[in-house]
Design a binder for this molecule. Structure first.
Ligand code: PMV
Length: 323
């Protein structure tokens, strides 16, 4: 057994959102989702199973982490230890690579890199499909970061068939401009936000049906490399996700005034013939799907209102890499 593994995984931006679990423990989603892996933000993680430590140690950006964060990592490593019949503690070292000091965190790149490194270190040698199933249990969106380009996470019917599949390498004129409106940690975690929405929002049932419909149409648009249609479906789907949160009890909203400002700028750009489309996740930052060839023009407009450090251009990114 090789007891050391090191891997890199990239973040992804959902164009059809995952919002809501049907099984909290196994992280089985209510609806299938689709994302684009991006190249500008990634995590590198090393896992070493060692005989000379009596508990797991987790360092993030060189800083030893406390009990709660380490426990999440330990629980995740237990999946690998159990499957490999391994009874050793681990030292895990992780580093997030972010283009600015914006503090953009991604559980997707984090758990995908951890899964890929643990896979090597435990000697399990799972294939990417199995790895996606493992990563999913760390954080749902991590299931998609196993692959590059456009990726679909199939909700499946059980634990064993809820995994991601690559659907297009995104090697066409596609990019994402990220506007960092606020890098503070969010007040309502996606886990908590999802649960509240599923439990209390009267719109939730409609969301599930409508997300499946959006997914069907965006896959056709991507297959046809129809950029405008892809963007329009993504923008609408994202807005619908935020609408169901407004219907929750108590209601909540991740947007900030600057998020709306960015949406306004995007709509204005479209009126001028620069086709681009916004989407927001469980936070105020805005991601703009655009033609990569027009990303600099879009950034130029945005920095009339925002600091250049707040505006990041991303290209489609690759899947996991073993280092
Ligand atoms: O993977 P989680 O539990 O952080 O949830 C991600 C939720 C969204 O980012 C809002 C949507 C998505 O599909 O990535």
């Amino acid at each position: 057994m090789k007891s050391r593994g090191r891997a890199r995984a990239y973040a992804n931006i959902a164009l059809i959102k995952y919002w809501g679990k049907r099984d909290e423990k196994l992280v089985l989603p209510m609806n299938s989702s689709l994302s684009l892996t991006i190249d500008c933000f990634y995590t590198e993680t090393e896992v070493i199973f060692r005989k000379d430590v009596d508990r797991d140690y987790f360092y993030l950006n060189d800083k030893l982490q406390g009990k709660d964060t380490t426990e999440k990592v330990s629980k995740f490593l237990d999946l690998f230890r159990k499957a490999a019949g391994l009874n050793l503690s681990a030292v895990v070292k992780s580093r997030n690579y972010v283009p600015t000091a914006a503090g953009l965190a991604s559980s997707a790149s984090g758990f995908a890199a951890l899964a890929a490194a643990a896979n090597v270190a435990s000697g399990l040698n799972l294939d990417n499909r199995q790895l996606s199933i493992y990563a999913r249990q760390g954080s749902g969106s991590a299931a998609r970061s196993i692959y590059g380009g456009f990726v679909e996470w199939k909700k499946g019917s059980s634990h064993q068939d809820s995994y991601a599949v690559p659907i297009d390498d995104a090697q066409w004129d596609i990019g994402i401009v990220i506007v960092m409106v606020n890098s503070m940690e969010k007040l309502i975690s996606s886990r908590e936000g999802m649960k509240r929405t599923v439990d209390t929002s009267p719109f939730y049932k409609v969301w599930v049906e409508s997300a499946e419909e959006d997914l069907k149409h965006i896959k056709i648009a991507i297959r046809n490399r129809d950029f405008k249609k892809t963007g329009l479906i993504a923008e609408r789907n994202g807005l619908k996700m935020h609408a169901i949160m407004l219907g929750a009890n108590p209601p909540f909203c991740y947007w900030e005034p600057d998020s709306l400002k960015v949406m306004q700028i995007v709509r204005q750009l479209r009126r001028e013939g620069i086709y681009c489309y916004f989407t927001l996740d469980a936070g105020p930052n805005v991601k703009i799907l655009c033609r990569l060839s027009e990303s600099h023009k879009i950034k130029d407009r945005l920095i009339q209102f925002f600091d250049p450090d707040q505006v990041i251009i991303a290209k489609p990114g690759p899947g996991i890499t073993i280092l």
